[in-house]
Design a protein around this ligand. Sequence first.
Ligand SMILES: [Zn+2]
Length: 315
Amino acid sequence: MTGTRAVIGVDVGGTTTAAGLVGADGGVLAHLQAATHGRGPGGALATLLDLIERLATLAKGRGIEPRAIGIGVPATVDAETGTIGADAHYVPELAHVPLGATVNRRMGLPAFVDNDVNALALGEWMFGAGRGAASLVLLALGTGVGGGIILEGRLVRGRGGYGGELGHVPIDFDGRPCICGGRGCLKTYVSGTDIALEGSRRLGRMATAPEVFRLAAAGDAVAEALVAEVCEALGAGLAVIVNGLNPERLLLAGGVAESLRPLEALIRAACAGHAFAGACATTALEIISLDKGSAVRGGAALAHYETRRREGATV
Ligand SMILES: [Zn+2]
């Protein structure tokens, strides 16, 4: 029975928080969402707890008892304790919150918390485009840029929870300043926010990232030049991953990745210009499409992964 091993997966975003009841096969049995700050600034925790409670009630009504809860948050996280780090730019009220313990106390279920892209990578590895891979890197190109690294079947979190922060690898040591305090980070060239900012500056009017891509496809010289730079920067960033980790699969996801789909050949060429040919040949690069259930499936995968990992560690 699918329902007997169901878990609750949650994705906290800067705009929307989603919660799903997810079956053992990754199927989303029920899905709820709400505006993260619908209760006003500082309301992310109340929104999240309310969604989880509503979903648990809904599950009970169907005779399903979720076994655990997994939560992805756009921040660095101490996954051992489920405590959010200081770098929670999109949900500042969650910084330093012991979210795992709070949800565990409220719901009486094991609750695990991790960075949202780490959760997404686990979701694709367990249920999606990364199934069966021994090693996988997922690069999420959206409003920001995040990464999730799985090597030899283990999620790489790093000592302080910064493992996978691939959006902040410097690709130009003299480049644009970044929100992280660094300079020339990959994010400052390829995130939706930065493409829109740079596009608006060069075009002399407000433009969104999808608009920049549309203009480039239609032959606008200014947009074309900017998109060519995006591809070149991304190629350099991908080369860091391909040369540094040489994973079996390298998945690109998110809104900007979707916009880049027609330019895939260009991106591959840019990456090949910086990476070892042998490394490129053995890492399978793929642009994947996320659906409405992908994010909550990530939270669910985190719940499964942590349950297994901790059982294994105590045996
Ligand atoms: Zn940065």
